[in-house]
Design a protein around this ligand. Structure first.
Ligand code: 5AD
Ligand code: SF4
Length: 480
């Protein structure tokens, strides 16, 4: 099974960019258009969905207007993410006017959160499918084609799609995502993910290493191991993490540090990244593997959320301000020159002005290179929505967020300025966004570096001397 799918993937990659048709039973060459919103996990899941439907005879298309089936992969993490999807549904309505047989499916976290409510909300939607039900899509499409509504939002204790080779959609052919865990058991009080993606389970370690090997053979030079909390990865023959731990015997299990080491050994030319790390679970073992293997990138995304221990406790994050700062110190000791980024939430329930100041001061103390910064958005059904009052006024949330952004902009620029005069190894990802005469890639710290094209090509490693920067990008020239 695994072998056959792998061979098919090779064919697909060779024909990347074209519509692809493989023998199937139901699709008969009908066209599938997939659009993704939200986290990297969603983009990775869309590649599973494409694979499932291509096996069923569909072709993928990048042109929405020629689609027979539109699938939109949605995010529910903040209210504005859901509003954006609702806006897109209006666009699909326009396409349906010219093609009344068009089938529109909503998948991902918003589908799981709203379930059949989505069908009541918007008559346009034909299919609602949650993150653990993508294998059922051929059936769901068949039902929808008869004019009925089709829904599957069952969450699973086992599903990891380990045997499905993803079809790489719209990538650069150089870096790819490999999903290693699904779901989340952390129950941060603000977060809807445990409800939309279910309990945490890890994927078979062998299937992960095999996927990395195949990607390398196909010309890929970078993989990102994906999970809601990668440090919590534990392979023990299948099933939920909590059940593996309950057995009390970890012999024969594979931890995240061990998994990363095995992936790193695929080839020294294959860069390994991972996301997202949780401060309470990031172990020294992981940092040691990062230090030991040059191809494991020196970059950690370590969401802090708040710099105040009382707020962290209300968020159920499982660590204090001091613990977080100690983890940062440990990273700096064991992986010098490591790039570190974070996520923050401004205006969480009952956050005071002093507590907001603690977030500013932890950002300053940690010296993040980059951050994703958000205003708290209450999500129905979460523990915070049930137990805490969303009592920070909107304009206060906005002002606090702006202060966080202003500080981080300064730190990002300072971090980039410190890189001027340094030489970094860059993996070339393709032409720069602004000009075909320039190429762009990333250094191990995940910073984007732009430099003149000369005769270099994507997929090559090149040393670049940094000469200039903005707050977002480094600029330089290749040196030999
Ligand atoms: N409101 C605002 N931000 C949130 N995040 C998660 N849930 C919420 C919410 N309800 C942020 C966190 C998380 C990132 C993916 O999204 O910072 O790390
Ligand atoms: Fe949400 Fe917390 Fe799980 Fe991240 S670790 S997905 S923020 S519950």
């Amino acid at each position: 099974m695994q072998e056959q799918l792998t061979t098919e993937k090779v064919i697909l990659e060779e024909r990347q960019g074209e519509a692809v048709d493989l023998p199937g039973t139901n699709g008969h060459g009908k066209k599938l258009y997939v659009e993704s919103y939200g986290c990297q996990m969603n983009f990775s899941d869309s590649e599973i969905v494409a694979s499932v439907l291509i096996k069923d005879g569909f072709q993928t298309t990048r042109i929405m207007e020629e689609a027979d089936v539109i699938m939109v992969n949605t995010c529910a993490i903040r209210d504005n993410a859901e509003q954006r999807v609702r806006g897109r549904l209006d666009e699909f309505r326009r396409v349906k006017k010219t093609n009344p047989d068009l089938v529109v499916g909503v998948m991902g976290c918003m589908a799981e959160r709203l379930k059949t409510k989505l069908l009541d909300e918007d008559k346009l939607v034909d299919i609602v499918v949650g993150p653990d039900s993508y294998r059922d899509l051929p059936n769901l499409v068949r039902v929808a084609e008869t004019g009925q509504k089709a829904v599957n939002v069952l969450l699973s204790r086992e599903e990891t799609y380990a045997d499905i080779a993803p079809v790489r959609l719209g990538g650069n052919g150089i870096s790819a995502f490999i999903s290693i865990t699904r779901g989340c058991d952390n129950m941060c009080t603000f977060c809807v993910v445990p409800f939309t993606r279910g309990r945490e389970r890890s994927r078979d370690s062998e299937s992960i290493v095999e996927e990395a090997r195949q990607l390398f053979a196909d010309g890929y030079r970078e993989v990102t191991l994906l999970g809601q909390n990668v440090d919590s990865y534990l392979w023990g023959g299948g099933g939920l993490k909590k059940d593996i731990l309950a057995k009390g015997d970890l012999t024969g299990t594979v931890s995240f540090a061990e998994l990363m080491e095995r992936v790193a050994q695929v080839s020294p030319l294959l860069r390994v990244r991972f996301s997202t790390s949780h401060p309470k679970d990031l172990s020294d073992d992981v940092l040691h593997v990062m230090a030991k293997y040059r191809n494991v990138c020196s970059y950690i995304h370590l969401p802090v959320q708040s710099g105040n221990s009382r707020v962290l406790d209300l968020m159920n994050r499982g660590y204090t301000r001091e613990w977080y700062l100690q983890r940062i110190q440990r990273i700096r000791e064991l992986v010098p020159e490591c790039g570190i980024s974070t996520d923050t939430i401004s205006g969480f329930c009952t956050e005071t002005e002093e507590e907001h100041q603690d977030t500013l001061s932890i950002i300053e103390a940690a010296q993040f290179d980059f951050a994703y910064m958000f205003k708290y958005s209450e999500r129905p059904g979460t523990l915070a929505a049930k137990k805490l009052e969303d009592d920070v006024p909107e304009e206060v949330k906005g002002r606090r967020l702006q202060e966080v952004i202003d500080l981080q902009m300064r730190l990002s620029e300072e971090s980039n300025r410190r890189d001027i005069g340094k030489t970094f190894e860059v993996l070339i990802e393709g032409p720069s966004r602004k000009s075909p005469d320039f190429l762009q890639g990333r250094n191990t710290q995940n910073k984007v570096i732009v430099f003149p094209r000369e005769n270099f090509e994507k997929g090559q490693y090149v040393n670049v001397l940094v000469q200039d920067c903005t707050s977002a990008t480094l600029k330089g020239v290749a040196v030999r």
